[in-house]
Each structure stands twice: as structure tokens, then as C-alpha cells.
Write a protein that binds this ligand. Structure first.
Ligand code: MLC
Ligand code: AMP
Length: 500
């Protein structure tokens, strides 16, 4: 039997599924195209049996058809970030060990060298989507792994979070129920498609429900406002940095344009914020502009969404609501005992939405779960008046900038490999636009000359753009405590707090 997502698509038939840069497509189109991709990947084999297929393609029709094709062939889709430079892409190729890479024609160059060095074939989406008799496709067990999303941690390089078809289904069903998805919904999507927010909350939940998803290849505030102004959309979801950008762009527009834009946003039935803390002033400004109280929810790559403000009823500013359907949440103290009501504790999550393993990292997986199967999120929260309030992360080395999770240690390792750098400390400085602003304090080797521009370029060639420090500070030494350990709060203070 086909996967439930595919069975449902067959039932949605001629309904509009996707509006993409490449055109508009129905569910039947998606079923046909994904079968073609699956047939080409299988090439006579009966099942990919969990082989990884890396996918480098901008958000759009090719992306969705290829992902569904990988799933239908029994493979694990590993979406690569289109903004990443070759060394970051090469890291994923080495870690995921795919059997093949599928790349959009316009991006194939970016990965060609890295793939060739590893003996990997790069097949273009154009070839994969070209008519082909798919033949018999395998019965893919919902318990099988569907995708791997890379996420930063406190130790080492990013880890592959392995998510099964059953995990995706549980996440999608939970959100469908909580947020009242219906087939007549239409959602605008510009979030990157290598994260759970864009892939599951927006794209897959829309397609599960027979709704329509309009994909913009990248975020531009004026484009978003113009699309919302058409009043064609019932849903919108984004990260706090995006809402702030939309507010700035609205504030700079002429009055009649502001009115049109506000009316357009007002036509949505629901607007959601997540992936980072939503500043209360952003929520309030958005409400004044559009009449919408943003629904803030909390999630994580490893668990999907866990906590959400209600669709109906009071959405409390600064709170992330209560556990979503089917998700168990608890708060625990340092000894992992549930805290007393009103006490802060670490968020633990359990249930069918939760992932099973970090790819080929049994130790990291074992450390992430308690004996009774609770996933340790590393986030602190408190329950007040029945709603959860996020207090921050336990580790100072995990940053969130514009909704992207970033490991300070990973950036430090890269900067330390520069010959002129003797020592480095990377910190997240609180910033109204980015959440955490990535900043680097550098101690140069004696006699070495280096400057901000050179270090920025060095980082840019090796790291995802959002990991490249926004500010550098050259110091004689890093602030340390009596034990000689670098004190990150003191480093952060050296950068000051950028104004609102
Ligand atoms: C881009 N830049 C960033 C950045 N994104 N810097 C810091 N943090 C970020 N997140 C860099 C650019 O490369 C550029 O560098 C400079 O900042 C200005 O770029 P821009 O054009 O203004 O940025 P833009 O491309 O518009 O991107 C901003 C953004 C994007 C906010 C739209 O980052 C975004 O879509 N974020 C969402 C990420 C997301 O989906 N997270 C969900 C994770 S899942 P230069 O050097 O070129 O000037 C998760 C679970 C859950 O968290 O709960 O959902
Ligand atoms: P990621 O690992 O990229 O999936 O990011 C997950 C992390 O984002 C969580 O562990 C939280 O730290 C953070 N996060 C997600 N949603 C929220 C929210 N609404 N408020 C505060 N932090 C959030």
C-alpha cells in the first residue's frame, strides 16, 4: 500500500496543490511526477531500502516532486540548504553517505566538485522529472525513515535528525487538529525547505489536507505583502525576524498601501509565529496593523511542534500555550524529577511525533533520551496559569538567529583554523532583529595581522551565511574566570546591546 500521504493525494486528484515558480500543479500532477522520480531512482530495483538521496533545489515544484519521489521509492530525503557554501554541503555528503545527489540545473555546479570527489553522481531535477514508466513502486512502511534534517548541537558538527513517515504523519495530524486545517485553506510559503518549520508545518500539512500551498523561492517583504494583499490566503506562518521585517516594510509604505496590506493580512484566518521567541512588542505591533494576534508555538527539529497557543481562546503574549494533541510534555529539574507547579524546569517531550535517532550517532541519541523515553530538549520553561513560558536554553553555545539554530563552538572551530587566530569566543548578543546576533571576539597570534574583512570572508567561504559573525572584536585576551575558563556573558557584554 502507498504511504497515507500519497493515498490522500490520489483522493485529492484535480485539486490545486502547488503554486510554484515553475507553474501551478494539481495533486494528480504531483502523484504522476513523484512516481516518475521514484521510477528513475529505483531504475529496476524494487526498493531503495533507506538509501539517502541528497536534494539541492530551490523551494518550488521540483523540490516537492523530488521529495515525494524519494519517499515513494523507499529512500531517505536529505534536503540540502540552497544558501550553503560547498564545504557545508560536502560535510552533509560525507555524513549522510547518499547514493546519489539530485540537483536543480541552476545549482548543480555548487555541488558538482564535492560530489565527484566522493564518486557520487549528480542527477538534475529536469532529468528526474522527465516522462518515464515508473513501474511497480514499493510498499513503504510508515515506520521507515523519510528524511534527515541537519541540526546544530552543543558538541561537534551538525547531526542528522532521522524522521520517519510515521513521525511526519503524527506531526501533521496534530497540527491539522490544533489549527483547524481544511481543504479550502491556502498558505504562502517562503521559509527554507531544509527545516521542519517549512517542510512539515507549512508544506506537508497543506498537502496532507488537500489545501493549496503557494511557494515563493525566497523572502522579500514587499512581495509577501503584495501576495497577502490579494486576500487569497487563509494561513501564514513565519519566524519572528520575518514579522519584524514585514512591520518595517509596512511602516515605510504609503498610507493607502498600508491599508491594502493590512486588509489582505486581515483576510487570513490564522497567522503563526515560531522557531524563536516572539518579542511582545512585535506581537502587539502586528495586532495593531492587521488585527491578528499571532499564534505563537514552540517546536524543535527532533520533535516537531510541542506547545501551541490555542486556535480559539486567549493567546497570551510571551507564552507558547499548552501541549499539542498527541504530544506529552513535562518540566524536570536537574535530577530529572518533574518540578512542582510554577517551578521552572527543562522541557522533556515524548510521543509519536518525536524522532528516533541521530544518524549514525548512537551515543548522542542515547544521551538525548531518558530511560523512560523522554527527549531532553535543553530548553527551560515554566508553566504559569496553565500556559508554558520559554525561559531560554541551558547552553550558552546554542544560538538562534532569524530562526536558524547555530552552534557557537562550530564557528569557533572554523575561525580557530585561520592561521592568524590564536583564540576565539563566539557569542549570541541579544538583538531585536535577529534574536541572537552572532558575534566573534578574536585574539590574534602574536605579530599576525588580520582584520574583520579577512576573517568574515574566511568564515563565509566555509560556513552557512547565517553562521558568519555579524561583528568581530579584536582583543588582547578573552575574559576568563578564576579557573581560566572563558566567561561568555562577559564576552557578550563587550559587544554592547544593539538598539531597537
Ligand atoms: C540570512 N542571513 C542571516 C540569516 N539569514 N544572518 C543571520 N541569521 C539569519 N537567519 C544573512 C544573509 O546571508 C546576509 O548576509 C545577511 O544576513 C542579510 O540577509 P538578508 O537578505 O537580509 O536575509 P534573508 O535572506 O532575507 O533571510 C532572513 C530570513 C531567513 C529571516 C528570511 O533567515 C529565514 O528564512 N529564516 C527562517 C529559518 C527557519 O525556517 N527556521 C526554522 C528552523 S526549524 P550577507 O553577508 O550576504 O549580507 C525550528 C523548529 C521550529 O526552528 O520550532 O520551527
Ligand atoms: P531547531 O533546532 O532549529 O529546530 O530549533 C529549535 C529551538 O528553537 C528550540 O529548542 C527552541 O530553543 C527554539 N524555539 C522554537 N520555537 C520557539 C518559541 N516559540 N520561543 C522560544 N524558542 C523557540
Amino acid at each position: 500500500m502507498a504511504l497515507p500521504l500519497i493515498q490522500r493525494a490520489d483522493r485529492h486528484g484535480d485539486r490545486l496543490a502547488l503554486l510554484a515558480p515553475e507553474g501551478t500543479f494539481s495533486y494528480a500532477d504531483l502523484a504522476t511526477a513523484s512516481a516518475t522520480v521514484a521510477g528513475r531512482l529505483l531504475d529496476g530495483r524494487d526498493d531503495l531500502r533507506g538509501e539517502r538521496v541528497c536534494l539541492l533545489t530551490p523551494p518550488g515544484w521540483d523540490y516537492v516532486a523530488a521529495t515525494w519521489g524519494i519517499w515513494r521509492a523507499g529512500g531517505i530525503a536529505v534536503p540540502l540548504a540552497v544558501s550553503h557554501p560547498p564545504p557545508e554541503l560536502a560535510y552533509v555528503l560525507d555524513d549522510a553517505q547518499p547514493e546519489v545527489v539530485i540537483a536543480h540545473t541552476g545549482l548543480a555546479d555548487r555541488i558538482a566538485e564535492g560530489a565527484a570527489a566522493r564518486g557520487l553522481e549528480v542527477r538534475t531535477t529536469r532529468e528526474m522529472l522527465t516522462g518515464f514508466d515508473a513501474g511497480q513502486l514499493p510498499d513503504v512502511d510508515p515506520g521507515c525513515a523519510a528524511m534527515m534534517l541537519y541540526t546544530s548541537g552543543t558538541t561537534g558538527r551538525p547531526k542528522g535528525v532521522v524522521i520517519s513517515h510515521a513521525n511526519i504523519q503524527a506531526q501533521v495530524e496534530s497540527l491539522s487538529e490544533a489549527w483547524g486545517w481544511i481543504p479550502d485553506d491556502r498558505i504562502l510559503l517562503h521559509l527554507p525547505l531544509h527545516h521542519v518549520h517549512g517542510i512539515v508545518n507549512v508544506l506537508t500539512t497543506a498537502l496532507w489536507n488537500g489545501a493549496a500551498c503557494e511557494i515563493m523561492p525566497s523572502f522579500d517583504p514587499v512581495d509577501v505583502w503584495q501576495r497577502l494583499a490579494t486576500q487569497e490566503f487563509s494561513l501564514y506562518m513565519a519566524v519572528p525576524t520575518v514579522y519584524r521585517r514585514l512591520i518595517e516594510s509596512w511602516s515605510g509604505a504609503p498610507e493607502n498601501t498600508q491599508k491594502e496590506w493590512s486588509t489582505g493580512a486581515g483576510a487570513c484566518r490564522l497567522m503563526v509565529s515560531g522557531s524563536a521567541a516572539l518579542p511582545v512588542p512585535t506581537l502587539e505591533r502586528w495586532r495593531e496593523m492587521t488585527g491578528h494576534t499571532l499564534l505563537e508555538r514552540y517546536g524543535m527539529t527532533e520533535i516537531g511542534m510541542a506547545l501551541s497557543n490555542p486556535l480559539e481562546g486567549e493567546r497570551r503574549p510571551g507564552f507558547v500555550g499548552a501541549p499539542l494533541p498527541g504530544v506529552e510534555v513535562r518540566l524536570v529539574d536537574e535530577e530529572e524529577r518533574p518540578v512542582s507547579p510554577g517551578e521552572p524546569g527543562q522541557i522533556n517531550v515524548r510521543g509519536p511525533t518525536v524522532f528516533h535517532e541521530y544518524w549514525r550517532r548512537p551515543e548522542a541519541t542515547a544521551e538525548a533520551f531518558t530511560d523512560s523515553g523522554w527527549f531532553r530538549t535543553g530548553d527551560q520553561a515554566v508553566v504559569e496559569g496553565g500556559a508554558y513560558r520559554i525561559l531560554g536554553r541551558r547552553s550558552v553555545d546554542i544560538l538562534k538567529s532569524g530562526g536558524e539554530k547555530i552552534s557557537a563552538l562550530e564557528i569557533e572551530d572554523v575561525l580557530r583554523s585561520h592561521p592568524a587566530v590564536r583564540d576565539v569566543a563566539v557569542v549570541g548578543v541579544p538583538d531585536p532583529a535577529w534574536g541572537d546576533r552572532v558575534c566573534a571576539a578574536i585574539v590574534a597570534e602574536p605579530g599576525a595581522t588580520t582584520g574583520e574583512d579577512e576573517l568574515r570572508l574566511f568564515a563565509k567561504e566555509r560556513l552557512a551565511p547565517y553562521k558568519v559573525p555579524k561583528d568581530f572584536l579584536l582583543l588582547d585576551d578573552l575574559p576568563r574566570n578564576a579557573m581560566g575558563k572563558v566567561t561568555k556573558p562577559a564576552v557578550s557584554a563587550l559587544f554592547g546591546t544593539p538598539g531597537g
